[in-house]
Design a protein around this ligand. Structure first.
Ligand code: NAG
Ligand code: NAG
Ligand code: NAG
Length: 315
């Protein structure tokens, strides 16, 4: 009796300490058409975009889901009227929400081109910013490397020095400070984003969220990736993944109270509050004015697509 009780207690403790998570949702190909919704909404970041619904996206082949492939792309054939709506594109959001979990994206290609502002991220749209926002893949105008960023309510900051391979770009996560730039970390290698990521066939991003930290790892397709992470099997152990690319500890931010149940979102907008800032657009080597560029150059969007092999969630 006693021995059994002790054994049971010990195995519970080891389960908590070993960071093992079990597969709860395996989104592949046409799964996305029933496990995510297309959001035909106005862009809160004022992009030159027209998000279409699922029927329209499928009819125009902006969303293509088959086998182990999900393509989400922008219209690359239409010259836009300056007074009309923006460029057709897609924003999808998971129906399920997640608190503590591991989310993995196996991405083959991400949108590229001047004016593009793609993101793979999580938030609670109904309670922003108090429910938190974790940007896992995000950037603008093909500018490498990738930025991983938290945006939160008040009283959440990150220490300058932490164990991560990336470089902090901001320490205050509170959206009401620093012009809502958030507490970001830049990945150490250019192959983490945009054309350089696409040139190597993409790779994997993984985000682990607990009540005491958030970690993000990037593994390029042509590198050494932990086999449980890339295999998409029934469980993963984040203890085996090494130093994260970005580490957001709870030192000056109670992670558990700043993040609630979040949806996973994949979107692609153009210009707007970040990509469209003229100094940023120009600095990226993009010509003229961002909105004019989007309106007049449909063929510049032929590589503005996501090609996603899977999004897996472990809990
Ligand atoms: C697209 O994603 C980024 C993620 O950081 C977000 O800031 C932006 O508001 C999103 N735009 C839309 C329209 O969803
Ligand atoms: C839709 O897009 C997919 C993926 O790019 C492509 O293979 C397919 O041929 C396209 N279908 C049509 C009807 O254009
Ligand atoms: C951070 O999380 C750890 C582990 O859960 C906990 O022991 C610690 O008290 C937390 N620190 C703060 C400042 O909340």
């Amino acid at each position: 009796m006693h021995t059994k009780g002790l054994f049971f207690a010990a195995s519970c403790i080891s389960q908590v300490l070993a960071a093992t998570y079990h597969l709860s949702d395996n989104h592949v190909g046409s799964d996305f058409l029933s496990t995510f919704t297309h959001q035909a909404i106005a862009d809160p970041t004022h992009g030159r975009v027209n998000y279409v619904d699922q029927a329209t996206a499928l009819a125009k082949n902006l969303t293509y889901a088959s086998g182990n492939t999900l393509i989400l792309r922008a219209d690359d054939t239409t010259v836009l009227s300056a007074s009309g709506p923006g460029r057709n594109s897609v924003r999808i959001q998971s129906i399920k929400t997640y608190t503590t979990h591991v989310a993995i994206i196996d991405v083959r290609h991400m949108p590229q081109g001047c004016s593009t502002w793609p993101a793979f991220w999580e938030t609670d749209g109904g309670d922003w910013p108090n429910g938190g926002e974790v940007d896992i893949i995000e950037g603008v105008n093909d500018m490498s490397p990738n930025a991983m960023t938290l945006h939160t309510g008040a009283n959440c900051a990150m220490p300058a020095s932490r164990t991560e391979t990336g470089t902090p770009t901001g320490l205050n996560c509170d959206v009401n400070t620093d012009g809502n730039t958030g507490c970001g970390v830049q990945a150490p290698t250019t192959n983490s984003y945009g054309p350089s990521l696409n040139a190597i066939g993409g790779g994997w991003y993984a985000m682990e969220r607990t009540n005491s930290f958030i970690k993000v790892w990037f593994f390029p397709r042509n590198g050494n990736t932990p086999s449980d992470l890339s295999a998409g099997g029934s469980s993963v152990d984040t203890d085996n993944w090494g130093t994260p690319t970005a580490f957001f500890p709870n030192t000056s931010c109670d992670i558990g109270s700043h993040f609630d149940a979040n949806n996973i979102i994949i979107n692609l907008t153009f210009c707007g509050d970040w990509a469209g800032i003229s100094s940023i657009f120009t600095q990226a080597g993009c010509p003229g004015n961002c909105v004019d560029f989007v309106n007049n150059n449909p063929s510049a969007f032929s590589n503005a697509f996501w090609d996603i092999a899977a999004v897996r969630v472990y809990q």
